[in-house]
Write a protein that binds this ligand. Sequence first.
Ligand code: FES
Length: 255
Amino acid sequence: MPKKIVEATVIGQRVLNSSTKLIEVYAPELAELAVPGQFVNVQVFKGTAPLLRRPFGVAAVNQKEGTITMIYRIIGDATKLLAEYCSGDKLSIVGPLGRGFDMNAEHPLLIGGGLGLAPLLYLAAGFGKGKAEIVMGGRTADELFWTKLYEDLCPVMHLTTDDGSCGTKGTVMAVLPELLASGKYDVIYVCGPVPMMKAVAEAAKEYDVKCQVSLEKYMACGLGACLSCSCQGIGKRLKVCTDGPVFWAEEVGEW
Ligand code: FES
């Protein structure tokens, strides 16, 4: 699969909530190649010293403008530094990496929580406006700022929050069985916390609906060389960075 090391130029950043930002960069080579579900490895600099590269799912692509967008939570040294990057600053990015989603679906249902909603955003765009429905779960209404990003792409949204402050009270599993029982969907795409993905994969099996999962693992190299991202598949070890991050649910042995 073709991948490149590029020097990307920051177009701008936007605050999405108290701990989450969206960054758009000019990187036409990546915009041309990246498909939904793939990720990029971004290097930020502290002074002149580079920190390790960090993986970010591709959240949006604008091929005409030559830009890609990533959404990240500010939680460690690298993302704290990244949050300070301004328009015109440069970032070294390797990508696009990994295996993306199989988009062969007539009636797709996307299910996401937390930053798992970032790669699903590009998937929703890939399907085209109005084709995919989405189930979004968060702890509180504040975590569902994603609705603004999705409203044009997925007019049909099913929302859940743990505290009931927005949508149905509970996890995504509070609404999923009824949705699947309708028989309306042919493929489910899920990305988010592991317990959520596991529960969704089990429900998909019960209702006999195909299911793709996008796994998140710590990734040191992102290139298949270090094994830091390996997980147990059915009958073999899987490298999330090169065999995935997207897998069919039945390929995953241990969550
Ligand atoms: Fe190094 Fe996957 S991150 S092998």
